[in-house]
Ligand binder design. Structure first.
Ligand code: ADP
Ligand code: MG
Length: 247
């Protein structure tokens, strides 16, 4: 048995809950799964089942009550630039231009790089998401939702993480923009060898993007219940997905 690139073992998360007479709220427990290097995995589940809580643990932004996360042989403890994160609300720095939002992260990742190298590298990733020609000089408030999300994706890719974590990244976008950014994400991911873990509540989106879909259920406690191989080679058309027997 080979050890997967990302290994989640017996994860549980409980929060103090004053309104339950001191009894803690268990968001999930006994959650174990693995993700192979280069795999694109989506996790789906109802709102409130604990998806963001899991992602925060994988990102090292929250400590689990029980269990461990091991990435590339090392236990995840605290945030690291080896993991890129894209949030639903973009989390861009509002006082910096799109370009500076990216260079800021790249400089943190490579403190020894000269400024012009950082800038050229960042620009290349903004180009990949189609955000150049002047748009890169605008601040987040001067960009549309879709453009902001592109900056956020460019930033996450530009630090060249080992693992990319996306928490419902396209939820706030209109259907047309969502479709084009999904395709962009697939295009950049394809050649990259990057391992992607993405949360969504949209089954269609999960089947369109992922190699494998994990389902988080709402039992007495949420847990990862099923893993579905999508099994249709890319590029997939949306028609194929609707006809797929697993769906
Ligand atoms: P999802 O992302 O699947 O919609 P979340 O992971 O955000 O769900 O939340 C799962 C549950 O955990 C919710 O009931 C939420 O209220 C609770 N929760 C999340 N974070 C905290 C926290 N820091 N303290 C207490 N409860 C929390
Ligand atoms: Mg969430």
């Amino acid at each position: 048995m080979t050890v997967p690139f990302l290994k989640i073992e017996q994860l549980a998360q409980r929060f103090p809950s004053p309104d339950r007479g001191g009894e803690p709220l268990t968001v999930f427990e006994n959650v174990s799964f693995g993700i192979e290097k280069g795999e694109f995995v989506c996790i789906i589940g109802h709102s409130g089942c604990g998806k963001s809580t899991i992602m925060n643990v994988l990102a090292g932004l929250a400590e689990p009550t029980e269990g461990v996360v091991v990435m590339d042989g090392q236990e995840v403890k605290g945030p690291s630039l080896e993991r890129g994160v894209v949030f639903q609300n973009y989390s861009l720095l509002p006082w910096l231009s799109a370009l500076r939002n990216v260079t800021f992260a790249v400089q943190a990742r490579h403190p020894d790089w000269p400024k012009d190298k950082v800038k050229a590298h960042s620009y290349r990733f903004l180009e990949l998401v189609g955000l150049t020609g002047g748009a890169e000089r605008r601040k987040p408030s001067q960009l549309s939702g879709g453009m902001r999300q592109r900056v956020s994706i460019a930033r996450a890719f530009a630090i060249e993480p080992k693992l990319l974590l996306l928490d419902e990244p396209f939820g706030a976008l209109d259907a047309l923009t969502r479709g084009s950014i999904q395709d962009e994400l697939l295009r950049i991911w394809r050649g990259s060898g990057l391992t992607v873990f993405m949360i969504t509540h949209d089954v269609d989106e999960a089947l369109y993007l992922a190699d494998r879909v994990l389902l988080m259920t709402n039992g007495p406690y949420a847990r990862v219940a099923e893993s579905v191989e999508v099994g249709i080679p890319r590029p997939r058309s949306r028609d194929q997905i609707v006809e797929h027997p697993n769906y």
